[in-house]
Design a protein. Sequence first.
Length: 334
Amino acid sequence: MATHLKGILASEDVDVVWHRQASGLLREPSADAVLLDGGDLVDVTAEVRRATAAPVLVVGADEYVAATCLAIGADAWLPPGSFPALVCAQLRALMRKRVIRRAEAVVEVGRLRLDAGARRAEVEGREIQMTPREFDLLRVLVENKGVVLSRDRILAGAWGARFVGEPKTVDVHVAWLRPKLERSGIRVTTLRGVGYRLDVLDGRRPRVLFVCGQNAGRSQMAAALFNRQAGGRAWADSAGTRPAERVHPEVVEAMRELGVDLSTAKPQLMTAGLAEGAIRVITMGCADGECPVVKAPVEDWGLPDPAGQPLAMVRTIRDDIDHRVRSLLSSLAI
């Protein structure tokens, strides 16, 4: 197939390369389109989609497999034996559809003013110093305010569809961008397992922030229990002064017993921007000098750390948090 495509596309100055394994794609500096032909197409589609937002064309005989590939991120499918000229035409069509229109207008959201034409972002007249990539990331989020964007869509909009790299690139740049949005009245919200969404902080709906050291146990349980019991009347976030890589497995198991799934929860760093707009900040065993300094009233629950504890002990901590959350909701008249 590569030989046929080289012959057809040579006159169009198109470079055609091929790899036996999907991991070979990561050795390429960019890609305008990706053709998958043979192998375990479902796994390969997932792997390629994690590496690039470029359009993906799958060639395979099994229509059920083709449908699965399309569902997880492929853009088009052709049966095996398709004429190379048809394959080329399909690739050209996909690349035309992936041209992204970028807004040049001035957009105001929260207290942020973003001028895409001048590539300037300001909060109350103060310009935010950002790298070019951070600006493009913010622009994509602002243009899609309130919409959940997958890493694929963010890569396509901010990095360009030709970019090839690890999807965690988005996570790293979001982490760099968040502290720069303090006092902007907006925040980048993580939707676990889905992507990111730009939200305008809503002062009309009370928000509580739970903070502990690693954001892997107490604060995660508290936020989850608060949000379940508040029923949408208020909402809670959680963060840590030294966030861990993942939620403690014993905490995941204890919360699963209550029908709450924290298996995909991602600990995040406590910042002043995250605390902005909160009506109450609850600390839970922060080390000396690590507890956040915020404007909202701060209450310390001083609960023991469930990390490494037997499940019976974690259940006791969980139930204590549940009782305290119910009391908190009552005191806030929510």
